[in-house]
Ligand binder design. Structure first.
Ligand SMILES: [Zn+2]
Length: 612
């Protein structure tokens, strides 16, 4: 009886969920930061649980700070790319190549044991290769104990010291971080300034730093009454630790990274959301930043509420918006954002980075391999959010993403979205494929399955894959389950090829007292077609040609206009003809896809207008 039901359960849920596994890490770190020379030392105890079906003989750690040294892979890549990042490449020169010894970054491991046994390891740039003393069996656990030391680089990219806003320490990618092992194997990518991927786990971090520094970041502070600095419950008496330093104790459950930032001049504001997390804000007390960072606070609350409603409940009790870094970058339970003087731009960045709490920090896709799933989905939902909570009520909030995508197609430099983020030919095709074409993946999916089904897909995707590592097939399967359509063609053509969409109104001809319309598919990527016909008497109607291989129909997107569902269009057929029941003389105009959510690369042939 029991077995029968177990079997049935596996059958209805399909292969993907029943075979799913992910590794688990528990970090305990104790770190001493010297704010005079920006060097730090630490110990790390890491309990690794091997949930894979494989025996593991070797592990890899990321040592990201080694990228900030002349001659590193990041430096060489920077010097050889045709469109280097302006934050890292100034006056024709790599900033990394010109770092002085005491401005460079490094992260070195001086000792490492596995369950008490010494391990041999080798540092290869930003990756530590570790051969194990004894293999970790499938289902087994092992404990690594490490001693490490680092130097915080001058702010070049994402992390570092003394950034252009004057923030002392932006500490992301700062500790030896276990690389991800999943169904595809190891992902020990060298760091060349782009994306991250990590193992889910629990962090316990003790940080000892000069007592004047105020720290914000990932994790809940465990000893607020010893620390103060705005963390204490109001009116509580602070029993500060003795000496020049304070030891901050943070815990972060179920995250895949840990970031912190610190500055002696931080203002620390908090805002408790009703039925929501405590929001923390850290910014320099400099008057030129204060107005902006006050304006950011109520908008963070509004954006959080929007995402809670439209994606799913934010699962942590805390979120921090922190001045730091070199633009905007998302981290677990927090973000680092620079650029204090323009509130509009900081609010826009905050909305984007906060959205990443869902699309990256809870739905932890492999950003390096599927950047369109975190940057693209984040761009999509933050555009919707901006449109709702800010003044800009645009008819198509994704217009900028479509423009970017068309620019990329016309540049001739497009590479498929399956390209690894680090291995695009240059920054432009990566950026547009990830952000713009990734956002269009969703907005255009709304055109295919209908807007309500799209929003339902996003909520179900979050519910089914939170705290996991979803892959492209997971968003497609979710959309299929919600819409009842088959969507493999959509995922394949859009993300794995550079096929484009181009439909044409080929002919509109009189056919007695009727009118014959012939449409043509010019682009290789097929789509279902919505067609609007406007008549000279002021009336309108729409016609819908489902794509045969999607095996379904969306609801009428224009409920106030009469819609005729025509027979399916098989993708193999270059043309499609049908007859409307009105004479040619009545037809004023015909338009393919009035929503403009279908990314047709040539809009000029999507419209027919009657001759005057
Ligand atoms: Zn982003």
């Amino acid at each position: 009886m029991t077995l029968f039901f177990v079997g049935l359960f596996v059958f209805v849920n399909g292969q993907n969920i029943s075979n799913y596994w992910q590794q688990h890490v528990d970090y305990a770190m104790d770190v001493q930061m010297d704010v005079e020379n920006y060097q730090y030392t630490g110990t790390q105890k890491l309990v690794y649980t091997n949930n894979s079906p494989d025996e593991i003989k070797r592990v890899y750690y990321h040592l990201y700070f080694n990228a900030f040294q002349p001659g590193s892979e990041m430096d060489i890549r920077l010097q050889n790319i045709e469109d280097p990042d302006g934050r890292m490449f100034v006056d024709g020169k790599s900033r990394i190549a010109h770092l002085q010894k005491d401005e460079q970054g490094y992260l070195h491991v001086s000792s490492l044991t596995q369950d008490g046994e010494e391990l041999s390891f080798e540092e290869e740039g930003t990756v530590l290769v570790v051969d194990l003393a004894k293999p970790i069996p499938s289902g087994g656990k092992t404990t690594f104990d490490m001693v490490f030391s680092g130097q915080v680089p001058l702010q070049i990219r994402r992390s570092g010291r003394n950034n252009k806003d004057g923030v002392a320490l932006s500490m992301s990618q700062w500790y030896p971080k276990m690389a991800e092992y999943d169904f595809e194997g190891w992902h020990a990518d060298p760091y060349i300034a782009r994306e991250f991927h990590g193992v889910w786990g629990d962090f316990d971090v003790k940080l000892t730093i000069d007592k004047d520094y105020i720290v914000g970041g990932t994790g809940y502070l465990q000893n607020p009454e010893e620390i103060g600095h705005g963390y204490e419950t109001s009116g509580a008496k602070i029993k500060k630790q003795k000496g020049r330093t304070l030891t901050w104790h943070f815990k972060a459950p179920m995250v895949h990274d840990f970031m912190w930032a610190a500055d002696p001049e931080y203002v620390h504001d908090t805002l408790q959301m009703e039925n929501g997390p405590m929001l923390h804000f850290f910014y320099k007390s400099d008057p030129k930043f204060v107005d902006t960072w006050k304006a950011v606070q109520p908008m963070t609350e509004k954006a959080m509420a929007f995402f809670n409603k439209n994606i799913g409940e934010y699962p942590y009790e805390q979120y921090s918006v922190i001045q730091g870094g070199d633009g905007g970058m998302e981290y677990a339970m927090a973000t680092l954002i620079t650029g204090g003087d323009k509130p509009g731009s900081v609010i826009g960045t905050m909305i984007h980075e906060l959205a990443h709490s869902w699309f990256q920090h809870v739905l932890a896709t492999n950003e390096a391999k599927h950047s369109w799933m975190d940057e693209g989905f984040t761009s999509f939902i933050s555009a919707l959010c901006s449109n709702e909570i800010r003044d800009s009520k645009k008819e198509n909030p994704f217009e900028g993403s479509y423009k970017g995508y068309y620019y990329l197609v016309n540049s001739g430099k497009e590479q498929p979205q399956t390209t690894h983020s680090d291995r695009y030919n240059s920054n432009m095709p990566y950026g547009i494929a990830a952000y713009s074409k990734g956002a269009v993946f969703l907005s255009q999916l709304g055109y295919v399955i209908g807007q309500d089904k799209l929003m339902e897909t996003i909520r179900k995707y979050y519910e089914d894959f939170k705290f996991k590592h979803p892959v492209p097939n997971d968003i497609k399967r979710t959309a299929e389950k919600v819409s009842g359509m088959e969507l493999d063609w959509y995922l394949t053509d859009w993300t794995q090829t550079t096929n484009t969409i181009d439909y044409n109104i080929k002919e509109v001809i009189a056919d007695g007292d009727k009118t014959k319309i012939i449409l043509e598919r010019i682009g290789l990527m097929p789509m279902p077609i919505d067609l609007l016909v406007a008549y000279s008497d002021g009336t309108k109607e729409t016609f819908y040609m489902p794509l045969q291989m999607m095996r379904g129909e969306k609801e009428n997107p224009y409920p106030t206009i009469n819609r005729t569902v025509l027979k399916d269009w098989p993708w193999t057929n270059p043309t499609y003809e049908f007859v409307i029941d009105r004479p040619l003389g009545d037809v004023l105009a015909i338009l393919i896809d009035p929503s403009q959510l279908m990314a047709d690369i040539n809009p000029n042939n999507n419209i027919y207008q009657a001759q005057e």
